[in-house]
Design a protein around this ligand. Sequence first.
Ligand SMILES: C[S@@+](CC[C@H](N)C(=O)[O-])C[C@H]1O[C@@H](n2cnc3c(N)ncnc32)[C@H](O)[C@@H]1O
Length: 308
Amino acid sequence: MFLSDTNMTDNNDTPGDNSIQKVEPNYHQYSLFDIGIDPGLKDEEGNELPRPFTKNQMRKWLKKVRWENHKADKRAKEKARAKERRREAREANLDLGPSRKALKKMKVEKDKKNVGVIIDLSFDHLMIEKDRYKVIKQILRCYSVNRRSESPLQFHITSFGEKSRNDISRHNGYENWDVEFHEEPYLDLFPKEKLVYLTSESENIIENFEENTFYVIGGLVDHNKHKGLCHTIAKDQGIRHGQLPLDKYVNMKTRKVLTIDHVFEIVLRVSEGLAWQETLMKVLPVRKGAHICSSVSDSSIDISYHSD
Ligand SMILES: C[S@@+](CC[C@H](N)C(=O)[O-])C[C@H]1O[C@@H](n2cnc3c(N)ncnc32)[C@H](O)[C@@H]1O
């Protein structure tokens, strides 16, 4: 159910106004963290307490609620319109192509690539709630690009603990995703020689993704606080590691550390057969300021990893 904000006008001067108190936010659905507010206060059950709300915070919150309402409305209208179009087409004996249901079924039957990606969620203890949510959002994007791919990657999530389970359960239906969730760490699940930890600090430059190999991405949003952590872990565990060949194909204005979903999509696109330069220009966000290196051609060079 969505909230009505008709009682909340821009003329409300104080958050304690009667009109504001009529708004009954659903604090389970909308975390204050979602709108960049650290609520600080919690009740005995750990729920965020509504006060104190400044006028500005309340405005931001209402803007978010309005947007959510608008999105839900729009989706419902689109659904109704699509249903109506199908009904009309059926009556006129027109073929509108496969239904959503049929498309979904076709997707499940797609051939998976023999290349795997593992997102290593063993870093919960190093992140505040807000950053853990960012990790989950990025995983959501990985799932979404993989699902749309004609040749999806094998997708595993390891060290999937209680915190991650709670965080991800805000997104309904994750249990039905075509992703394998494991509570165990990857070392308990996969042979060491088939693992390659992706890390921007590795001295090994990846040129292509090997079949029958699992590429590990660190499930960590750390704002560079734990620089080199995944590289150290890979070396300590004696598994192979490699960095993406960013320097070879693009000039970047910013750091070479990418987000989980960008790394995932790069592995996916290159495994699909897209050239490196094209992939990087397509996937890297504009703010990374990537430009093509004019001196390179997009040929493949094999490298051998060493596991230190
Ligand atoms: C935001 S980064 C985390 C950075 C973290 N300080 C670390 O030690 O890796 C998330 C993950 O994306 C992957 N990653 C990011 N940039 C990369 C690059 N240039 N090459 C290879 N992997 C990269 C790594 O697996 C990394 O753990």
